[in-house]
Design a protein around this ligand. Structure first.
Ligand code: PMT
Length: 403
């Protein structure tokens, strides 16, 4: 069964008679669990109204690049980051040409230029236009750029012609979009991931913690499961639901996280430490609520928590071990130091001084650091970033163990 649970699909609709079918595409994507937003070109609005698409998608429809109000709410850059996939259906010959030449003269083409997510086109046009040398040249360019093309189908056309150029049926399009999220890069592997903060108790009502929301680690767990891994997610206290096909084990403190990871790690192939584990905990947890007392100050004695990822990396049968480095300065330098000090295979360094990425945001930007090089993954949604990270880890894992 296809599923797009938690997936954000930006549906671009361009001008063509097949635009009436895009209403049905919204339905099919939603049936599979996707959150759908719609961008319509001027031409598309001649065939189907924005109101119809708004009523079906349950979200405002985006039509203008230069509308200050729309840009203030969710502009082209936000839309391009929001999307896990940009699906243009129907994609006209004109739109394919714009995309191939890097034209950014309207909202949909700018979103496509800006996005780091996968772009999928379902072309629909007259058979002569499809066969035309310019369209075929554009098609070749788009395929070379890793843009996915669905169809077109062949058959009778609205204009009376018969031949290739019909848009695929909505069911088929939704199924093929869902299949994009299913890969086998981690098939047969067990991946253990930590996520979220830990809480270190001071007394029965107080604790020390941090701002981690768990979003990054959960996105990685979801991407690992989609890539076919048996996925164990050891999670600190967060407000997120467990991704499909993931075995979540809830913990509160760093010591509990250490215990849970220790139990799961012996047969793991890959470990990814995305949790923001407290480095210290109070030496003692008071059994009763600590009273304010007369003093203006309070001293808390802290002791170091065990380093979970260092424990994993020190094992003789160590899995491929990936740590995060949350830094506020000298991000790359400190990240590389962590790689060496903790004997990791890879460090994913993020700058947590930037409020728009890192802790508790929907987006992140990271640098992947390993023995050989640094690789920048610029700002994108945490779910897209997680999928990109999983692909890089899969490649590195294979070259380490199957070289
Ligand atoms: O959860 P979000 O709101 O989505 O935010 C994501 C994030 C910023 C928390 C995430 O991207 C991130 O950077 N996680 C690691 C945070 C961190 O604690 O980094 P660190 O540099 O202090 O630790 C380095 C590595 O050692 C991390 O992999 C950490 O999980 C691990 N560690 C640290 C201490 C400890 N006692 N045990 C550990 O395993």
């Amino acid at each position: 069964m296809m599923h797009l649970i938690n997936k954000r699909v930006l549906l671009g609709v361009t001008g063509g008679i097949a635009a009436y079918k895009s209403a049905e595409i919204v339905r099919r994507l939603q049936d599979a669990g996707a959150d759908v937003r719609v961008v319509m070109t001027k031409g598309a609005q001649e065939f189907i109204t924005a109101l119809t698409m708004q009523a079906l998608s349950g979200n405002p429809v985006h039509t203008d690049l230069l509308d200050p109000q729309a840009e203030a709410a969710m502009g082209h850059i936000e839309l391009s980051r929001w999307a896990d996939v940009v699906l243009v259906a129907p994609a006209s010959a004109n739109f394919m040409s714009k995309l191939a030449t890097g034209d950014g003269s309207d909202l949909l083409s700018t979103v496509c230029l800006a996005t780091q997510s996968k772009i999928v086109l379902a072309p629909a046009m007259n058979q002569g236009m499809w066969r035309n040398a310019s369209t075929q040249e554009n098609l070749k360019t788009l395929l070379e750029r890793d843009i996915k093309i669905l169809g077109p189908a062949s058959g009778g056309q609205a204009c009376g012609d018969v031949g290739p150029g019909r848009m695929l049926e909505p069911d088929d399009i939704a199924t093929q979009v869902a299949s994009l999220f299913e890969q086998d890069a981690f098939a047969g592997l067990k991946v253990v991931i930590t996520a979220g903060p830990t809480r270190e108790a001071i007394d029965p009502v107080r604790y020390i913690s941090n701002h981690s929301s768990g979003k990054m680690g959960y996105a990685i767990a979801e991407a690992a499961a989609e890539a076919g891994a048996k996925t164990v997610l050891v999670s600190g206290p967060v407000q997120l639901s467990c991704p499909a096909r993931v075995d979540r084990q809830d913990v509160v403190s760093a010591l509990q996280m250490y215990e849970a990871v220790s139990k799961e790690i012996s047969d793991a192939d890959i470990f990814i430490g995305a949790a923001a584990v407290a480095d210290f905990r109070p030496v003692e947890e008071a059994s009763e609520k600590i009273k304010k007392g007369a003093s203006d100050t309070m001293t808390l004695n802290m002791t170091k928590n065990p380093d979970i990822i260092a424990m994993v990396a020190q094992r003789e049968d160590k899995p491929f071990t990936v740590g995060f480095a949350a830094e506020t300065q000298n991000v790359l330098e400190y990240g590389r130091k962590k790689l060496e000090a903790k004997k990791l295979d890879m460090v994913i360094a993020n700058d947590v001084s930037d409020q728009s990425i890192g802790f508790n945001s929907d987006d992140n930007a990271v640098t992947l650091i390993d023995k050989e090089a640094n690789e920048n993954l610029s700002v994108r949604s945490k779910s897209q970033l997680a999928r990109d990270i999983i692909q890089v880890i899969a490649k590195k894992y294979k070259s380490k163990y199957h070289a």
